[in-house]
Design a binder for this molecule. Structure first.
Ligand SMILES: Nc1nc2c(ncn2[C@@H]2O[C@H](COP(=O)(O)OP(=O)(O)OP(=O)(O)O)[C@@H](O)[C@H]2O)c(=O)[nH]1
Ligand SMILES: *[C@@H]1O[C@H](CO)[C@@H](O)[C@H](O)[C@H]1NC(C)=O
Ligand SMILES: *[C@@H]1O[C@H](CO)[C@@H](O)[C@H](O)[C@H]1NC(C)=O
Ligand SMILES: [Mg+2]
Length: 380
């Protein structure tokens, strides 16, 4: 009698309680999930500076498999810069991040870390795309030896980076982003806050490396851009305006594209511009033409052409004094008197900006500026 009463008590009261406790413990240990958005947030004690921080975040599209190189990159950016600021990191992925990825990245961050996935609008085929035609085009480009020509995921990636990352809900709270990729290196100390420079100088787009695109990836991009320019003249900085950048990518006044672009694996940008109707109209126009899938348009020429058409040159900044490596090219500042060469582990004589494939000499010529004009440290 007593035994069954105790048994019933255990079953009815203690068992449910212990199940709830176990579930809570599991939820706690695996980080908290914002149920509404399916986005994971890891709160982290952060060393706060005495000073203000801009409303900005790092944004990284990355796969779980790239955890090790992601940590290497993060560690460099943290110790070279962010440990003094604690800017948040936003990690995005077409697949859910696994626990190991969350644990091993949040542990390295001086700021909060956020983890989000992409939905089918951001990573998927729009309904006007003929997927069979896209598949055939991939095969043809693969056979033609076009880099990533046969890759389907690379195309989704480029389209996402061109038109969607800035609309991901995790970026909604921010004004500025700094794009980071796994496998990149930051070989120099960064002794100032680039986000602060963006805001104080009213900049829209910051870059470090320029390069020429492989023509076979964008056969019809420029003709599509020309149609856009005709249809939306209100968005284009007039080409005779001294602030126009068009001549840098099209020395014949808009007729042809010289393939020059900012290498978008590094970018510091103003999100308000990406979210603007002008940029969205531009992206949608390109997207409707199908070139992200039928060709292999990269986000680098897309962002760069948008900037050269719609931004004034004074809104665009070369972060000359930020050392950077993305395989196979390095940007290494070469003004030891200003920067202190001991602050860098890169070799200035290796810097891509004097390479014949770089478009930076043309940029400097066209804008009639010099490397020294871009040193921030010098101005302090
Ligand atoms: N989650 C996810 N991220 C991807 C995928 N493909 C590319 N990325 C990310 O998108 C960015 C660009 O991809 P990369 O493979 O670096 O492309 P790339 O810089 O043109 O080429 P390499 O770096 O030379 O390979 C990086 O941040 C990658 O981590 C994918 O299928 N899933
Ligand atoms: C923070 O900086 C301000 C102005 O630079 C100074 O007045 C203040 O004492 C500093 N606070 C701390 C905690 O260091
Ligand atoms: C994907 O997310 C974006 C941004 O929140 C939203 O506008 C879009 O409607 C979503 N797409 C789907 C298929 O849910
Ligand atoms: Mg890359």
């Amino acid at each position: 009698m007593i035994n069954t009463r105790i048994g019933r008590f255990l079953l009815r009261v203690l068992l449910p309680i212990s199940i709830v406790c176990t579930l809570l413990l599991v939820a706690y240990q695996s980080g908290s999930w914002d149920a509404a958005s399916q986005h994971r947030v890891r709160y982290h004690p952060k060393p706060r500076l005495n000073g203000t921080r801009e409303n900005a975040a790092f944004v990284v599209l990355v796969r779980n498999e790239d955890l090790d190189s992601m940590r290497n990159t993060m560690q460099q950016l943290e110790s070279r810069f962010n440990r003094k600021y604690g800017y948040p990191w936003i990690f995005l992925n077409d697949q859910p991040f696994d626990d190991r990825f969350v644990d091993f990245t949040s542990g390295l961050a001086s700021g909060e870390t956020f983890y989000g996935t992409l939905n089918s609008t951001m990573w998927g085929y729009p309904d006007w795309i003929d997927q069979e035609k896209a598949r055939a085009r991939r095969e043809a480009m693969e056979q033609d030896g076009v880099i990533y020509g046969g890759s389907e995921s690379y195309r989704h990636m480029c389209r996402f980076q061109s038109g969607f990352f800035f609309r991901h809900p995790l970026l909604d709270p921010y004004d500025y982003y700094w794009r980071v990729e796994p496998h990149v290196n930051f070989p120099c100390d960064i002794d100032y806050d680039p986000f602060q420079v963006m805001r104080e100088r009213d900049l829209t787009y910051g870059w470090v490396i320029t390069i020429k695109e492989f023509e076979k990836t964008i056969p019809t991009l420029w003709s599509t851009v020309k149609e856009f320019m005709k249809e939306y003249p209100q968005y284009i900085v007039p080409k005779d305006d001294p602030e126009s950048l068009l001549g840098w990518i099209s020395p014949d006044g808009g007729d042809t594209y010289n393939l020059c672009h900012f290498w978008s694996n590094f970018e510091i940008g103003n999100l308000a511009w990406m979210r603007s109707q002008a940029y969205l109209d531009f992206f949608n126009y390109l997207d409707k033409s199908g070139g992200f899938f039928y060709e292999r348009w990269g986000d680098a020429p897309v962002h760069s052409i948008a900037a050269a058409l719609m931004l004034k040159r004074s809104q665009v900044h070369w972060f000359y004094d930020i050392g950077y490596f993305h395989n196979p090219w390095t940007h290494c500042p070469s003004e030891p008197s200003w920067l202190g060469i001991e602050k860098c582990s890169c070799d200035p004589s290796n810097s891509f900006d004097r390479h014949s494939w770089s478009c930076t000499p043309e940029y400097l010529d066209f804008t009639r500026t010099s490397r020294q004009d871009y040193l921030i440290a010098q101005r302090n």
